[in-house]
Design a protein around this ligand. Structure first.
Ligand code: PEP
Length: 261
């Protein structure tokens, strides 16, 4: 079992200066937490300056978005090849990209492939909507989004990606999924990856939970078997709350390591 992976998705919040200040404060609050990999997904404007800053602070960076072609006449876009070396991760298929910006499976699998091609680990976000949930279609939604997102990469590449299970109805709403349901969804994700890409891919792929995670509920998710970390939106904008969650993840990692020894 690897380190817990905790990703802050700041969305369209924080200026470059505020993001930089956040990094200083976070470093003061968490110091070196060896059991946790901390990843910050800032506004695209802050990627370059934070890249220089985080090298001293043991944090990694994620792009919130990028275009799937490497270069060309695509006004306003930033490619994975331009982000190469600046970020370690790239969010793909986030529900806001799917539902606000109309990204389809075709775009999402091209982005996953572009990230892999450029040495960036894709974080494929999947999850059912409220109506899919009400209609008992959670398993189908997960299945379709996995196939739709991963169709262009190999089983070996799937081993190295991250899947974030984020029920759409839980994102930014304050409604969070019951740990029992998250556990069921995460098992389903690994089962479906096993069927599609084999046992090794299912074993090694990292699976995160995201959706209204806060200081009070984080530990419950982090302790679910098969959950490798968290993708956090709103709460990650509060440096103290985010640091608290990192400390909890570190404690859980140490407890697991002690049990395994
Ligand atoms: C997210 O943006 O991926 C997310 C999970 O947001 P929130 O934590 O605010 O629900």
């Amino acid at each position: 079992m690897g380190k817990k992976l905790i990703i802050a998705n700041w969305k369209m919040n924080l200026t470059v200066n505020e993001a930089s200040l956040f990094v200083h404060r976070l470093d003061d609050l968490v110091g070196k937490r060896r059991g946790v990999e901390i990843v910050l997904a800032p506004t695209m404007l802050a990627v370059q300056p934070l890249h220089l800053q985080v090298q001293h602070h043991h944090f990694n960076l994620a792009a919130q978005n990028f275009y799937w072609r490497d270069h060309g006449a695509y006004t306003g876009e930033v490619s994975a090849s331009q982000l190469r070396g600046l970020v370690q991760y790239g969010l793909v298929g986030h529900s806001e990209r799917r539902h606000v910006f109309g990204e389809r499976s075709k775009d999402i699998r091209s982005k996953v492939q572009a990230a892999v091609r450029n040495g960036i680990t894709p974080v494929l976000c999947i999850g059912e909507t409220a109506s899919e949930r009400a209609d008992g279609e959670t398993a189908d939604a997960i299945h379709d989004q996995l196939i739709g997102g991963l169709a262009n990469i190999t089983s070996v590449e799937v081993e190295h990606i991250v899947v974030a299970y984020e029920p759409v109805w839980a994102i930014g709403t304050g409604k969070f999924a019951a740990p029992r349901d998250v556990s069921r969804a995460v098992k389903l994700i690994r089962k479906q990856i096993k069927q599609l890409f084999g046992a090794l891919a299912a074993k090694h792929v990292r699976v995160l939970y995201g959706g209204s995670v806060n200081v009070d509920n984080a530990s419950a998710y982090l302790q679910i078997d098969g959950v490798d970390g968290l993708l956090i939106g709103d709460t990650s904008l509060d440096v103290r709350a985010f640091a608290e969650i990192i400390k909890k993840a570190d404690v859980i990692d140490k407890a697991v390591a002690r049990k395994a020894a």
